[in-house]
Design a protein around this ligand. Structure first.
Ligand code: DX5
Ligand code: ZN
Length: 546
């Protein structure tokens, strides 16, 4: 099912949420990074895509309601509301300050509370276990009034120790509240440890099913899976629904990930520039499917998805723009039925403007045309069609093509730029080293023009070239031969991820060294750096820290 979610923009907004939240927490010297990060995609999917709401009219009658029962995720929640336009993003830095509207736990907005809250906050959280009951009250009232508003509530798995949650669960199914959706941030950690050690919740799916709820399980960091589930749930009748979102507490900052100690602790302020760099350095792996045996395409998608790929890069070739011919929209339409993984379509065809509709209809999430195959007017038209359809627009540039200045005027509407590192038309070609300087040059131009989108590297990307294009600015790595060139796709992707990890850690170390906090940084990140010590050349540093 095509989700029409402008995937890359959503992805970028969720990244911005993490960046805002960590700045607020560091500035306050306290707060909850763990929960803010584990629930970032969940809250992003709701506010940036699914929920009907208006930041210009927070109390609009027709709005959907979000009850954040997992209130300690406040820094992330405020960052989502700021990114959605309810407050200025700068205000997130006043988190927990005396007189700030952004208190440690959100306060429901009212005229009386206007100094401690802001319009858009529907619920005062703090002591947990209560939000689901409030959500049920709103859902029941709206249902009885014949209103179409939907009610969403975020609950925690530690919070699920509370008996009130289960009383509420019974009530919701009694009243057949099919306008109510609970989302469980299943990160398996609560304040003082791991949930399954403190109060085992599993089999959590069976529990909610037994309480007569419609239950869906997703990877809580794959925004496409959350959105897919939210769309399917809308068709469920006479039953409330719960999405069990498998998440990682602290996801986004490696030394905070899956660690109870980062439940309610702030990082040192001096680390913020490095943490922000880490959040902007997330690498997306996109295995490329190009010409070959059509009967294998499905298997290639499934295996890449199982191996943890972030996107599937689909190379469409017409035999005119490039010598080869591959597959077209009908094949993509078929593949769309078997997976919700985002499809990154690379159109190496002449006159793409004549074919864009077909690829929109086929269910692509990202659609890139070549700058050599369209003029500015055609590109503007294509761009408009894609944005209207909720698809992330992209532009690709061949090795021999100079960056056309007319693109500058369209940067706000371009979510990805492919800087080709081979001449298009075949997989398995040798990486052209000269394209590195060109990529770095283009990245400089883009940054100086406030480009917010992604840079994608395509052609000859493997374990030997990935770090170079990462350093030049690429964050989406297309890999054909490096993934499908040998049978063990799983370990091929794991190896690319490993190289991506080394590239990121090298960059963060450089930054820590430049800012004169190398040993302090290595100390704060020791556990996850030890396995990389040799590749990062930090054995002595680690030894000195002991
Ligand atoms: C080439 C395509 C690439 C290619 C990548 O025209 O755009 O996506 O399939 O394959 P490798 O990684 O093998 O160069
Ligand atoms: Zn490609």
């Amino acid at each position: 099912m095509a989700l029409k979610m402008r995937y890359l923009e959503l992805n970028r907004k969720v990244r911005d949420v993490r960046m805002l939240a960590i700045q607020g927490i560091a500035e306050a010297g306290s707060g909850h990074p763990g929960a803010s990060f584990s629930a970032a995609e969940i809250m992003g999917a709701l506010y940036f895509h699914k929920m009907k709401h208006r930041s210009s009219d927070p109390l609009w009658e027709g709005r959907d309601f979000f009850i954040n029962s997992k209130a300690h995720s406040a820094p992330g929640f405020y960052a989502v509301l700021a990114t959605a336009g309810y407050i200025d993003t700068k205000e997130v830095k006043t988190l927990r300050k005396l007189g700030s509207r952004l208190q440690g736990h959100p306060v429901r907005y009212s005229e009386r509370q206007k100094n401690h809250s802001f319009p858009g906050i529907e619920y005062s959280g703090g002591s947990e276990g209560i939000g689901l009951s409030v959500a049920i009250g709103i859902a029941l009232a709206k249902k009885r009034d014949g209103k179409k508003n939907r009610v969403y509530t975020l609950i925690g798995d530690g919070e699920s120790n509370e008996g009130q949650i289960w009383e509420a669960a019974m009530a919701a199914s009694k009243f057949k509240l099919d306008n109510l959706v609970a989302i469980l941030d299943r990160n398996k950690i609560q304040q003082d440890g791991f949930t399954e050690e403190i109060m085992p919740l599993d089999p959590v799916r069976d529990k909610w099913t037994a309480f007569n709820w419609n239950v869906v399980e997703v990877n809580g960091h794959k925004i496409e899976q959350i959105i897919d589930a939210l769309s399917r749930i809308e068709k469920v009748e006479d039953k409330p629904s719960i999405i069990i979102a498998k998440t990682t507490k602290g996801k986004g900052i490696k030394h905070m990930a899956n660690s109870p100690q980062w439940h309610g602790k702030a990082p040192p302020k001096k680390h913020v520039p490095i943490l922000l760099e880490e959040l902007q350095s997330e690498i997306l792996i996109a295995p490329s499917i190009i010409a070959g045996e059509p009967e294998n395409y499905e298997e290639k998608v499934r295996r890449a998805e199982r191996a943890g790929a972030d996107l599937i890069h689909l190379d469409i070739m017409d035999g005119k723009f490039v010598p080869s011919t591959s597959f077209f929209a009908d094949t993509i339409k078929h593949l769309r039925k078997i997976s919700s993984i985002p499809f990154d379509a690379h159109l190496m065809i002449e006159k793409p403007i004549r074919h864009v509709e077909e690829y929109i209809d086929a269910g692509c999430d990202i659609l890139t045309v070549h700058v050599e195959a369209c003029n500015e007017a055609e590109f503007a038209e294509i761009n408009k069609m894609l944005l209207k359809a909720g698809i992330s627009p992209g532009i690709a540039i061949n090795p021999g093509t100079q960056f056309p200045s007319w693109l500058i005027g369209h940067l706000n509407n371009i979510d990805v730029m492919i800087i080709m590192s081979v001449n298009p038309g075949f997989a398995g070609q040798k990486f052209i080293p000269d394209t590195l300087d060109k990529m770095a040059e283009i990245v400089k131009t883009l940054r100086s023009n406030n480009y917010k989108g992604f840079i994608e590297a395509d052609g000859g990307i493997d374990a030997t070239t990935l770090q170079q294009v990462f350093d030049a600015g690429a964050r989406i790595m297309v890999a054909g031969n490096a993934v499908y060139g040998s049978p063990d796709i799983n370990s091929n992707i794991i190896q690319l991820r490993h190289k991506a990890n080394v590239a990121i850690e090298t960059k963060l170390l450089e930054l820590a060294t430049i800012n004169d906090m190398r040993s302090d940084w290595i100390k704060s990140r020791k556990n996850m750096l030890i396995p990389l010590a040799k590749e990062l050349g930090i054995e002595e540093d680690l030894h000195a820290i002991k």
